[in-house]
Design a protein around this ligand. Structure first.
Ligand code: HEC
Ligand code: HEC
Ligand code: HEC
Ligand code: HEC
Ligand code: HEC
Ligand code: HEC
Ligand code: HEC
Ligand code: HEC
Ligand code: HEC
Length: 416
């Protein structure tokens, strides 16, 4: 009861309309909305789908004022609590009136968290807004003010597929960003990355959008000390392996950013074996030189990977031949699958930067591909034997038929 009183008080019209409706049909109308609609003065971004409108909140729930009066001067009078259009720096508090209040949010949607404002002030946006920078994002920059939808709704400005464009309104705007010493190419780079292609092209929402790495409201996603650890929230094994290495410790000390050092951040590309080793595309030779341990390890890992890859490719070519000839391919397929699995695992195990571990795995893979290769060769040989056998049999048969023909001819001649 107390709770519902608080809510009716805060939402003025909205909640009481719900209650009044039962007692007193159509006596109370949202005069704010009615008048603004009539005079064609609804906000530019207004949408009937707005979540607050769906929840029966009035214009006055956010802007204050008296929603029961059809007199403009009364309805929008400061004495009735009207606050008008909030200044940008005040918007977090403006939304936080409800979104930081667990008692209010619980009544409507207990599942919605109430920490957005608190989180927001830990972000670069929040800190700078507090310091008076009005170019940064506040709540309505990302959510809009009058067409707000839950993040799960594909039409929402913060739906995974739409987030990159929402951020890019500012981060791709070189005029707005010119006084900050940061690039404006995040979306451009991201769109060409494995993550961007997966999300934007293939609509795979398990791939990270901007907010999955940077956090929705906070500076970094929950539970992370630094954004340089963000990749490990999804690529768990890579992170575990890497963190246990001597190199990771050296990276921390020298303030290198773990995964980014080799993979980048916005432009992460599909990796290939040439990233390791000592060839010109190797990442390792950026920091390691002939004679040091990293260089030797890199060379060794590369050669064991290449050996497995070549073995696998050769076995796979034979496997395809066997299939084409319609021979028995089942067991070969199993062996090849295991070889491929070992190859994939070896590429993840690279992150231990430990030759022993990688080589143990590539050896396993090489054994599987050798087995597959042998089995395939046997099928191919059997096929040839059978084909040769068939040819000989056909020839013998032909000779027999011809002989028979002459024999019959001979007999006919004799009887005639
Ligand atoms: C009878 C018509 C009428 C009613 C009722 C009314 N408004 Fe308005 N509202 C206007 C007009 C006209 C303007 C623009 C002229 C002005 O600023 O005085 C306006 C302006 C506004 C603005 C922009 C103010 C600014 O500083 O730019 C807001 C916000 C607003 N109304 C909210 C509300 C809310 C909330 C309610 C209900 C509590 C409400 N209005 C009720 C007619 C109305
Ligand atoms: C969820 C809270 C919320 C609700 C509900 C809300 N507003 Fe707003 N409104 C804002 C915020 C925040 C701003 C300032 C940011 C902006 O302009 O995008 C704003 C700005 C405005 C402005 C000035 C800017 C413009 O686009 O013209 C008007 C007028 C206005 N609101 C009217 C209304 C009316 C009328 C309603 C009811 C139909 C309403 N608002 C409902 C939060 C709200
Ligand atoms: C830089 C952009 C950005 C800013 C600024 C921002 N949000 Fe969000 N917000 C998001 C994104 C992105 C999501 C959705 C994440 C998801 O679940 O996919 C979200 C989700 C939400 C949700 C849904 C519940 C939840 O926490 O996931 C609420 C409520 C919310 N924001 C309110 C606010 C409020 C209040 C502010 C101002 C203090 C604000 N947001 C500022 C981007 C932003
Ligand atoms: C008067 C209280 C109130 C104010 C002020 C308010 N909201 Fe809300 N908001 C709610 C309620 C209640 C809901 C849940 C509605 C529902 O799900 O039925 C909600 C839902 C949302 C959602 C959807 C959450 C989800 O994922 O389901 C977002 C996003 C959001 N609000 C953002 C904002 C922003 C941004 C502002 C400020 C511009 C704001 N709200 C101001 C009460 C408020
Ligand atoms: C309204 C414009 C605006 C929007 C929308 C916006 N930002 Fe920002 N953002 C800024 C400005 C301005 C800065 C301050 C730049 C600085 O100080 O380097 C900033 C700073 C940042 C920073 C810190 C940059 C640094 O200096 O290290 C990150 C990260 C960031 N934004 C990510 C995002 C993400 C992710 C989104 C979308 C979910 C987003 N922003 C949406 C304007 C915006
Ligand atoms: C895969 C994770 C990831 C994704 C996705 C991502 N970022 Fe970043 N972003 C990072 C990392 C890591 C940094 C570097 C932080 C550092 O070095 O301190 C960064 C840095 C930034 C910066 C600071 C300036 C700069 O370019 O270094 C901004 C602004 C930014 N990101 C915005 C965005 C926007 C906008 C998007 C979406 C188009 C996005 N990010 C997507 C991980 C990501
Ligand atoms: C929200 C989860 C998530 C985060 C955070 C994330 N990734 Fe990814 N990553 C994925 C998914 C999903 C894919 C698979 C995309 C596809 O289908 O091609 C992927 C693919 C990759 C690939 C290509 C793998 C391959 O075999 O083709 C690399 C490399 C990669 N991510 C590195 C990173 C780095 C570096 C970071 C941090 C800067 C990062 N990821 C952050 C989910 C994530
Ligand atoms: C010192 C360089 C280096 C660092 C640091 C590094 N990687 Fe890699 N990463 C590589 C190389 C080399 C490959 C293998 C390329 C190949 O052979 O295909 C690779 C492959 C990958 C792959 C694809 C193979 C797989 O495991 O699915 C992912 C995903 C990946 N790295 C994520 C990460 C993440 C996450 C981090 C941080 C914890 C990280 N990497 C740190 C060099 C690095
Ligand atoms: C950004 C620079 C950088 C890159 C790129 C880099 N390393 Fe390192 N690596 C280091 C540093 C710094 C150390 C620590 C050296 C030390 O402790 O003496 C290290 C250490 C190592 C070690 C341990 C050496 C020891 O003495 O135990 C190995 C192995 C290694 N790196 C392999 C690699 C491989 C393989 C690659 C390429 C996939 C690579 N590194 C790429 C900087 C880098």
């Amino acid at each position: 009861m107390l709770c519902s009183l608080t809510v009716s008080f805060l939402f003025g019209f909205a909640y009481s309309e719900k209650e009044n409706k039962k007692a007193d049909q159509n006596q109370k109308v949202d005069q704010c909305f009615t008048c603004h609609k009539e005079i064609d003065n609804l906000p530019k971004d207004f949408s009937e789908n707005d979540i607050h409108r769906h929840a029966n909140l009035s214009c006055s729930s956010c802007h204050g004022g008296d929603p029961n009066s059809d007199d403009q001067d009364v309805a929008m009078s400061p004495s009735k609590g009207f606050v008008g259009v909030p200044k940008r720096k005040d918007i977090p508090k403006f939304c936080g009136k409800c979104h930081s209040n667990i008692n209010i949010m619980r009544v409507f949607q207990p599942r919605i968290a109430t920490d957005q404002v608190e989180q927001y002030y830990t972000s670069v946006h929040g800190k700078k807004l507090l310091a008076g920078d009005e170019n940064v994002a506040e709540c309505s920059s990302c959510h809009t003010a009058h067409s707000i939808l839950p993040a799960k709704d594909p039409r929402s400005s913060v739906y995974a597929l739409n987030v990159p464009n929402t951020c890019n309104k500012c981060h791709g705007n070189s005029v707005l960003m010119k006084n900050y010493n940061i690039p404006v190419n995040q979306l451009e780079e991201y769109s060409k990355s494995v993550h961007g292609i997966a999300l934007l092209k293939n609509k795979d929402i398990s791939a990270p959008a901007c907010n999955d790495c940077h956090g929705n409201h906070g500076a970094t996603p929950p539970g992370l000390k630094s954004i340089s650890h963000v990749c490990g929230t999804c690529h768990v094994s890579n992170m575990e392996y890497f963190n246990a290495t001597r190199m990771a410790k050296a990276f921390e000390e020298q303030d290198f950013h773990g995964c980014e050092q080799c993979h980048g951040n916005h432009g992460v590309q599909k990796p290939n074996d040439e990233m390791i080793g000592v060839g010109k595309d190797s990442k390792c030779i950026d920091c390691h030189t002939e004679g040091d341990k990293g260089f030797a390890v890199s060379k060794k890992i590369y050669s064991s990977l290449t050996q497995l890859k070549n073995g696998y490719n050769a076995a796979n070519a034979k496997y395809l031949e066997v299939r084409q000839k319609g021979m028995n391919d089942v067991e070969i397929g199993f062996q090849l699958q295991d070889a491929k699995q070992a190859l994939i695992q070896s590429r993840t195990l690279i992150h231990t930067f430990d030759t022993t571990k990688v080589v143990a795995k590539t050896k396993e893979g090489i054994e599987f591909s050798n087995k597959a290769s042998l089995l395939a060769q046997k099928e191919i040989d059997d096929y040839s034997t059978r084909r040769n056998g068939f040819a000989i049999a056909t020839l013998a048969f032909l000779v027999f038929v011809i002989a028979l023909y002459f024999k019959i001819k001979d007999k006919e001649k004799k009887t005639s």
